[in-house]
Design a protein around this ligand. Structure first.
Ligand code: MN3
Length: 191
């Protein structure tokens, strides 16, 4: 089996002006595509070629882990975005956020801070761990499943995610994704 670059759940220009078509041309069309291509090259002709992405992630190390994890992380990230996104979550997810963070505002501040202050390349996450919601950040390709946690929401904080549209202003990028783009229906579906 070889992995395929998934279709984006929206048109490449659908998130303009918050995330431009040019960003998708590079971030999706070059970066994500390269992770998939590298992953396939590493598993081709090996027993790993018959494994699922989750199975590969469980045991992989080094370059294989990095490319497999980046394929998972980017596929998950695209699903966390929507042209009709932003605002605040509803229903069961909103209740869980209030239960574990006190309020949406408190969660939002903690999540934005984790994303903005993460040193170097990585990912900010809302996860469930031991039955509770938590904010975490991971470096490079690392992901929640390696830490006993299940992802609900992520924001890519590698510079390639925001430099075209926001240059060095990572906090502005995080704020805009939260206010305008988060697909709370997808996030809630992961609960
Ligand atoms: Mn990226």
């Amino acid at each position: 089996m070889s992995f395929e670059l998934p279709e984006l759940p929206f048109a490449q220009d659908a998130l303009t002006p918050h995330m431009s078509a040019e960003t998708f041309e590079y971030h999706y069309g070059k970066h994500h595509a390269a992770y998939v291509k590298n992953l396939n090259a590493l598993i081709d002709g090996t027993p790993l070629a018959d494994q699922s992405l989750e199975e590969i992630l469980d045991s992989a190390e080094g370059g294989l882990f990095n490319n497999a994890a980046q394929h998972f992380n980017h596929s998950f990230f695209w699903n966390c975005l929507s042209p009709n996104g932003g605002g605040e979550p509803q229903g069961e997810l909103a209740a869980a956020i209030e239960r574990d963070f006190g309020s949406y505002a408190a969660f939002s501040e903690q999540f934005a801070k984790a994303c903005a202050t993460h040193f170097g390349s990585g990912w900010g996450w809302l996860v469930t761990k031991d039955g509770k919601l938590e904010v975490m950040s991971t470096s490079n390709a690392d992901l929640p499943s390696k830490h006993g946690a299940k992802p609900l929401l992520t924001i890519d904080v590698w510079e390639h995610a925001y430099y075209i549209d926001y240059r060095n202003a990572r906090p502005k990028y995080i704020e805009t994704v939260m206010k305008e783009l988060v697909n709370w229906e997808f996030v809630a579906s992961q609960l």
